[in-house]
Design a protein around this ligand. Structure first.
Ligand code: 5GP
Ligand code: ZN
Length: 113
């Protein structure tokens, strides 16, 4: 399958990993939009948020648990952070493998557009 994030999971494309479990991987974004910018993904190929099913409940919960652990590890749990999913073209989604952006390490601007 021609999916960038599946290739990262398989190690065909290098990444700077921050967290890994049997079902979830997290690595630094190549073009950081904040001092800390991590992408958290399921190892299962799910193209968008619209494709998440009840079967994926456990992995979605694991992504949120990973986000909490990563924020603590990066030292931004108390200062604060943002967890964002882009879904389809109006959101600006460019990689069609479900991912959550964890952003922090500075005071972030308002999410108005
Ligand atoms: P989207 O707009 O789809 O929500 O975000 C995709 C993100 O993937 C972007 O922030 C982009 O910088 C990041 N990205 C694209 N290609 C690579 C890559 O090869 N490695 C890493 N680590 N991040 C990437
Ligand atoms: Zn994929």
């Amino acid at each position: 399958m021609d999916c960038l994030f599946c290739k990262i999971i398989e190690g065909q494309i290098p990444s700077k990993k921050v967290f890994e479990s049997d079902t979830v991987l997290a690595f630094y974004d190549i073009q950081p939009a904040a001092p800390e910018h991590v992408l958290i993904i399921p190892k299962k190929h799910i193209p968008t948020m619209n494709d998440v099913t009840d079967e994926d409940d456990a992995v979605v919960a694991e992504i949120f648990a990973a986000a909490r652990q990563i924020a603590a590890k990066l030292g931004i749990a108390e200062s604060g952070y943002r967890l964002i999913n882009n879904c389809n073209k109006d959101s600006g989604q460019i990689v069609f493998h479900l991912h959550f952006h964890l952003l922090g390490g500075k005071k972030l601007g308002p999410l108005l557009n």
